[in-house]
Design a protein. Structure first.
Length: 374
């Protein structure tokens, strides 16, 4: 957000900024979803709803997840939340007491550690390696567990790296969690943005997985609905009840109109997802080839989401100060990226390719000029 604010200041001065910062699709919400919201307004569906969400939507979440990701949840195991972030917030606030530990793979989405700290817990980081495509491994998770561990977080596809945990590796992580009596929180925000051999996968599709598993999902990316703020959790009924209690004392319920739009998204056609995915795949190949041709940049191939996460080096081959690089890129070349430090990965940059090929080309030109001259 800080990067976006600085970029906005430059734009206000009439400067052309190439913005690689946004963590959201650059596509419009599909028309049939928008029309459902208009219908909800016309039908005066503007009152409070049940805290956990209207029952048709809870059922639709379960049906959609079963159809697309192979799970078997019931509405009583579902809570509709104000976006994926609140889904994760509800989980952690419901399970973590002071001193409890949460294992978080690094690089990580920026909100995980702060939500854990807010709950009085302690983030414990497990470093994934770019040489292993930032894949989280069960052995590394098990080494990080202590008697105080309550939750292990897995985010696949990953923000910021685009890493995808293969199903067999994911199953081993679940096995470690079950062995030690630890919850596995699977953040599936980018579930349908996978490339090449990687396919949409939920660990909830495995037999017997549900007992120690929590799914956090979102409509934000899949249906280009970031501003609508609608997500969900799928979890055992007892935990679902705890999260409903928590939500009843915080947001009360997700916006009624948003819920009806979400219902249409989950029950309607998904043609838009294929269109977005094909375009992101094209951009991914394009930006990856461009970055690898730039001096002092090394970049693994992301298998999901819509980010690349290159490592940047100094002229003598050392690890660059990514915060300083980010600042200088914005000041000298008017290119906005996010420093890896925000994700627990100094020396890297998160670059979003949720923008047009034309803007990607202009950004690559400016990045090449910067790293060739710096």
């Amino acid at each position: 957000m800080a990067v976006l604010m600085e970029a906005e200041k430059l734009r206000a001065r009439g400067i052309d900024v190439v913005d690689f910062g946004p963590g959201e699709p650059d596509f419009a919400t599909p028309d049939h979803i928008k029309k459902a919201a208009i219908r909800a307004l016309d039908e005066n569906r503007t009152k409070y709803t049940p805290t956990a969400g209207i029952m048709p939507l809870r059922q639709a979440v379960c049906d959609w997840h079963a159809k697309n990701l192979g799970s078997s949840y019931e509405p009583k195991e579902c809570v509709v939340t104000a976006g994926g972030k609140i889904a994760i917030f509800n989980v952690i606030l419901s399970l973590i007491n002071a001193g409890d530990e949460v294992v978080i793979p690094a690089p990580y989405w920026v909100s995980y550690p702060d939500i854990v700290k807010f709950a009085g817990g302690k983030p414990v980081f497990v470093q994934t390696l770019d040489s292993d495509n930032f894949c989280l491994r069960a052995a590394a998770v098990e080494k990080a567990l202590t008697p105080k561990t309550r939750i292990v977080i897995a985010n696949s596809p990953n923000n910021p790296t685009g890493a995808v945990i293969p199903p067999e590796a994911f199953a081993k992580i679940l096995g470690v969690c079950r062995k030690h009596g630890v919850w596995l929180l699977s953040d599936e925000c980018y579930s349908h943005f996978t490339y090449g051999k990687a396919k949409p996968f939920s660990i909830a599709s495995l037999p017997g997985a549900k007992e120690t598993l929590i799914i956090a999902g979102s409509l934000s990316k899949t249906f280009a609905m970031t501003g609508w703020r609608v997500g969900y959790t799928l979890s055992p009924e007892a935990l679902t009840g705890a999260m409903i209690k928590l939500q009843s004392q915080s947001v009360s319920n997700v916006t009624s109109i948003t819920q009806h739009a979400a219902l249409e998204a989950l029950r309607g056609p998904m043609d838009s997802v294929g269109v977005m995915l094909a375009e992101y795949a094209r951009r991914r190949s394009h930006i990856l080839a461009g970055l690898r041709a730039i001096p002092r940049i090394e970049c693994t191939e992301p298998e999901g989401a819509f980010y690349v996460f290159p490592k940047v080096k100094t002229k003598d081959g050392g690890i660059a100060d990514s915060v300083a690089v980010t600042r200088e890129l914005l000041e000298r070349e008017y290119v906005a990226v996010v420093p890896g430090d925000a994700f627990g990965a100094p020396g890297h940059l998160r670059i979003s390719y949720a923008t047009s090929i034309e803007r990607i080309d202009e950004g690559l030109r400016r990045l090449n000029h910067f790293f060739s001259a710096a």
